[in-house]
Design a protein around this ligand. Structure first.
Ligand SMILES: O=c1ccn([C@@H]2O[C@H](COP(=O)(O)O)[C@@H](O)[C@H]2O)c(=O)[nH]1
Length: 273
């Protein structure tokens, strides 16, 4: 999917919501556990109830890898279900990969070719030759951690090298890499006060913004400081939506939570036009 297609979907749905599919078998409704593939059945019900309210889904691969082969199969079925039924929806494998070049190429093949995700998250720590193999894939997007939502972000990311915060070095340096127009960046919603500086470095890039909902990030502040003239934001909520209820009404309750966020987004978008 191209960024133009993503932007047009945002305009069509008046939404830049990304729903995180972080499935924890201890948190999903008990009646699903009797089914052959509870993880996929949970995802399918959430997707059916919310697809008209969001433009992206983001399974975090940790929640699938934790269940071994059956978890990986559920991830595969989920992405196939999305691509077959909702090809207009942007898909993100939140896997935070990155390694020496030949290994990164295999990670990229796993997520872009085998699983056919539109994008994958990567960690910048190993530098240019660990990320360029992902960027080599046409019409795919590589979403690099810039300033994360957790408190540990202050351990390294905001520390200064030559009087400049490390996350700024990450943003500036990555812009020089081959096919850097295929990069997007992760910036936590809990770091709203940093968005103005970040937009000075990457004014046109899409930012994936986790941390709204369960982590307490503020949607209005993120929009105020992080939005560009193409919107340029994908705001993620996982637990705040998918675990709105752990009873038989889980999908409709998830849809209610997604609707609240979509309506807030629509109100923001109206002020732009
Ligand atoms: O800085 C980051 C990077 C990734 N995440 C991931 O996003 C979701 C957030 O889930 P919530 O339940 O909405 O808090 C989860 O998969 C994280 O691993 C992040 O939170 N912060």
């Amino acid at each position: 999917m191209t960024t133009q297609q993503l932007t047009s979907e945002i305009r069509k749905k008046n939404s830049f919501l990304c729903i995180g599919l972080d499935v924890d078998l201890d948190k999903i409704p008990k009646h699903l556990l009797e089914l052959e593939d509870p993880i996929f059945e949970f995802n399918k019900a959430i997707i059916q109830a919310t697809h008209h309210l969001c433009v992206a889904y983001k399974p975090n691969t940790a929640f699938y890898e934790a269940y071994g082969l059956k978890g990986w199969k559920a991830l595969q079925k989920t992405i196939e279900y999305l691509n077959d039924n909702y090809p207009e929806i942007f898909t993100i494998a939140d896997a935070k990969r990155g390694d020496i070049g030949n290994t990164s190429t295999m990670y990229a093949k796993a997520f872009f070719e085998d699983l056919a995700f539109d994008s994958v998250t990567v960690a910048p720590y190993m530098g240019k030759d660990s990320i360029e193999p992902f960027l080599a894939f046409n019409n795919k997007h590589t979403i690099m951690l810039a300033l994360t939502s957790n408190t540990g972000a202050f351990d390294f990311q905001t520390q200064k090298i030559d009087d400049k915060a490390l996350y700024k070095h990450v943003l500036e340096t990555s812009k020089q890499w081959e096919n850097s127009e295929r990069l997007m960046y992760v910036v936590g919603a809990t770091k709203a006060e940093y968005f103005t500086d970040i937009r000075k470095i990457v004014p046109h890039s899409f930012l994936l913004v986790p941390g709204v909902g369960a982590q307490g990030g503020n949607l209005q502040d993120v929009c105020k400081y992080g939005m560009n003239d193409q919107v340029g934001l994908l705001i993620n909520s996982s637990r705040g939506i998918i675990y709105a209820s752990n009873d038989k009404d889980f999908a409709s309750e998830a849809a209610s939570k997604a609707l609240q966020l979509q309506q807030e987004m629509e109100a923001v978008l109206l002020t732009l036009s």
